[in-house]
Design a protein around this ligand. Structure first.
Ligand code: TMP
Length: 213
């Protein structure tokens, strides 16, 4: 892919129940009010093909896929999403807000599931084609608190939620390590606070990083 990204790419990351979707909606409203084109999207999913793959990944029996198979499916979905939605939007100059991206694969399939880091890195290089978030907001909270919040949501997309607590504790540690390793890209947000406080923290980081519309 040779498109030069001109927009601004923000990814939201973290474990279960951190309030990402709510915060993305709030941020999209705020950015939209400044006259920007804002595209909100999610992974796995975001394009019709990737949404079809999402349904395979997030529903059904916990042991339905091995972590390596998950890594392959997620990367197929990610490539379609990048080609059809993310790259074109960035090329138009849009601000893209994406609910999860490549860090989730490192955390869920790598640290959580034990998929080999060499596989994850090789696929990341091939699939991302140099695409990287300009800003990654990691919504951090204790695994128990996140799972308690997520279980109140209901719905069929519970395959990862249903994994044991130690899996979720490994995820949290992995996201904290990513934040520490890439401080220029990643910001850690304490998501155990109330919604408005978290939104204010997010807005102040985004304002400080994003250019004028
Ligand atoms: P969501 O519930 O935050 O929308 O995310 C869907 C689920 O997919 C969530 O439980 C985490 C999982 N997931 C992975 O395991 N690896 C990934 O790379 C991504 C993007 C999501």
């Amino acid at each position: 892919m040779t498109l030069v990204a001109r927009g601004f790419f923000i990814t939201f990351e973290g474990g279960e129940g951190g309030g990402k979707s709510t915060q993305i909606r709030r941020l999209a409203d705020r950015l939209g009010a400044t006259g920007r084109e804002v595209v909100t999207t999610r992974e796995p999913g975001g394009s019709p093909g990737a949404e079809a793959i999402r349904a395979l990944l997030v529903t059904g029996e916990v042991e339905r896929w091995s972590p390596i198979t998950e890594t392959l499916l997620i990367n197929a979905a990610r490539r379609d999403h990048i080609e059809r939605i993310i790259r074109p939007a960035l090329a138009r100059g849009a601000t893209v807000l994406c609910d999860r991206f490549a860090d989730s694969t490192r955390a869920y399939q790598g640290a959580g599931g034990g998929a080999p880091e060499t596989l994850i890195t090789a696929l990341e290089t091939a699939v991302l084609g140099g695409l990287k978030a300009d800003l990654t907001l990691i919504l951090d909270l204790p695994a128990e608190m996140g799972l308690a919040r997520a279980s109140g949501r209901g719905g069929a997309e519970t395959r990862f939620e249903a994994k044991p607590l130690d899996f979720h504790a490994r995820l949290r540690a992995a996201f904290l390590a990513i934040a520490e390793a890439e401080p220029d890209r990643c910001v850690l947000i304490d998501a155990s606070r109330d919604e408005a406080t978290v939104a204010a923290a997010i807005w102040s980081w985004v304002k400080s990083r994003i250019g004028p519309p």
